[in-house]
Design a protein around this ligand. Structure first.
Ligand code: 5AD
Ligand code: SF4
Length: 471
């Protein structure tokens, strides 16, 4: 028998959250005595939307602790990098950016430097920071995020460095303060962690096991966001389709309940895993008027041997069957995907299967990555004979094919009218927004429209961006 979802996952006890609130007050008192005006905090988040959502909680905690958030790093009294570990490039960039702070810290000894997030959850990275970057004050991993006030208090009051990278299965911390970056677009995490252990991926090691937030907590947060005027709300999880797995509740049911909340808003979600993407979910999407006609469904490779080595749990045929059904029930659906080029042992012939899948799939856009070896993963132990240069050529070949596919998709939109959320004024002085399918569109209109929906007719397609006119 499956258990009720409310009992399924570990929640950080309320008293522990309360204790952090007390630390937060202590920090606020301490900094109000130490600084003549509000101390300034610079926060930078790397990586995926899950990290961005964590970053908004970190910023919320900093505001509660009496800090003012700023965007000029040179003015900061506290600099925090919320790190990413998904590819080596992200890690290299972080080391470069932290190294560059050494001079700043020398000229400003009271400056606090804080590193957190996925990269810091890995022992080897935290050790390297300890050894080679001794001017860093606080380091904590993803599981310790809610304890940031306590760590900052210890450091501020004693001057001691704080390292907290405890390896835990991961719990859910509710009721943290949030400082949202936008007034009309919001991130709403519905689950954390991942159980899939795709052989190339570091996420299950740094984010812990899958755990779903209780439906009522999500529904209440969504209602509150809608009340505050949010128009575009994205449900987040490494694998949203496995929301509630092993319980009496699933993602389709959650979508239906959220869809029934009153108001004019759009529900998005990401990321979906093809292994857990069901026809039921696709039917639900097609029936829910507030759920955007957009599915981000990473396929990673179009070759069955490579998919097996990646431990993805589906075949090329299963993936294409899902797409076929999805387009049948939602003819206007925009599908986007992630793909990895040059997985260890992948041959050029096998890569060509990825190319042919891209030709068949009709993606509106695609995030293409060259394989990056992650220490501790299974793929990192596999022989990887193809050179980086060669993989670079495959990468370019694939991009050209996707450009052609996207061009066909967006050209077919010319002459049609779409409902667009107006987001900003771009460098051409035009209003820029996104269609439900997440395609960028620019058009002349009044700035007052920012944050609201408008009907826009597509007049021209420039492959990745559409031009339009207000209707
Ligand atoms: N190398 C390259 N790309 C990766 N991704 C995850 N791990 C790796 C890796 N080791 C990509 C996958 C995933 C996206 C978020 O990042 O395509 O879907
Ligand atoms: Fe990584 Fe696979 Fe989990 Fe996605 S589903 S986070 S690629 S292990």
């Amino acid at each position: 028998m499956s258990q009720p979802i409310e009992k399924a996952t570990g929640i950080v006890p309320g008293k522990d959250i309360e204790k952090q609130r007390e630390y937060s007050t202590l920090v606020a008192e301490l900094v109000s005595m130490r600084y003549s005006e509000k101390p300034k905090a610079f926060v930078h988040t790397y990586g995926c939307q899950g990290n961005v959502a964590d970053g908004e909680r970190i910023e919320g905690m900093l505001v509660s602790m009496g800090y003012e958030l700023i965007s000029d790093v040179d003015q900061a009294d506290l600099i925090l990098f919320n790190t990413c570990a998904i590819r080596e490039h992200a890690e290299d960039r972080l080391y470069g950016n932290v190294g560059a702070l050494k001079v700043l810290k020398k000229s400003k000894p009271g400056l606090k430097i804080v590193l957190c997030g996925c990269m810091m959850q890995q022992k080897h990275a935290a050790e390297k920071i300890k050894k080679s970057y001794p001017f860093v004050d606080i380091v904590f991993g993803t599981h310790a995020l809610y304890r940031f006030p306590e760590m900052l208090y210890i450091n501020l009051s004693s001057g001691k460095k704080v390292f907290d990278i405890t390896d835990e299965p991961g719990k859910i911390a509710e009721d943290l303060p949030i400082h949202r970056d936008s007034k009309f677009k919001a991130w709403l995490p519905i689950m954390y962690g991942c159980n899939n252990f795709c052989s190339y991926c570091v996420v299950p090691y740094v984010r812990g096991r899958e755990r779903s937030r209780a439906p009522q907590v999500i529904i209440d947060e969504m209602k509150e966001l809608v009340k505050q005027g949010y128009k575009d709300i994205t449900l987040l999880g490494q694998n949203v389709n496995s929301y509630g797995k092993g319980t009496d509740y699933n993602f389709s049911r959650l979508l239906k309940e959220l869809n029934s909340i009153e108001g004019d808003f759009l529900i998005r979600f990401m990321t979906s895993h093809p292994k857990d993407c069901t026809f039921e979910l696709l039917d639900t999407m097609s029936q829910c008027d507030k759920v955007a006609g957009h599915l981000h469904l990473p396929f990673q490779s179009g070759n069955n041997r490579v998919l097996k080595e990646m431990n993805r749990g589906y075949t090329r045929e299963k993936y294409l069957e899902l797409l076929e059904y999805a387009y049948k029930v939602m003819p206007d659906l925009s599908v986007t995907a992630d793909v990895i080029v040059g997985f260890p042992g992948e041959t050029y012939e096998e890569f060509l299967d990825t190319v042919s899948l891209v030709r068949q799939a009709g993606f509106t856009s695609m995030y293409t990555f060259i394989y990056s070896s992650r220490p501790g993963t299974k793929a990192a132990e596999m022989p990887d004979p193809v050179s980086r240069d060669e993989k670079g050529k495959w990468f370019s070949e694939l991009l050209k094919v996707q450009e052609d596919v996207a061009d066909k998709r967006t050209s077919a939109m010319v002459g049609r009218t779409f409902r667009v959320l107006c987001e900003s004024v771009n460098k051409n002085g035009l209003i820029e927004g996104r269609t439900q399918g997440n395609i960028i569109i620019e058009f002349p209109a009044d700035e007052n429209l920012i944050g609201s929906f408008a009907n826009v007719k597509v007049t021209e397609s420039l492959i990745w961006i559409l031009k339009g006119e207000l209707q």
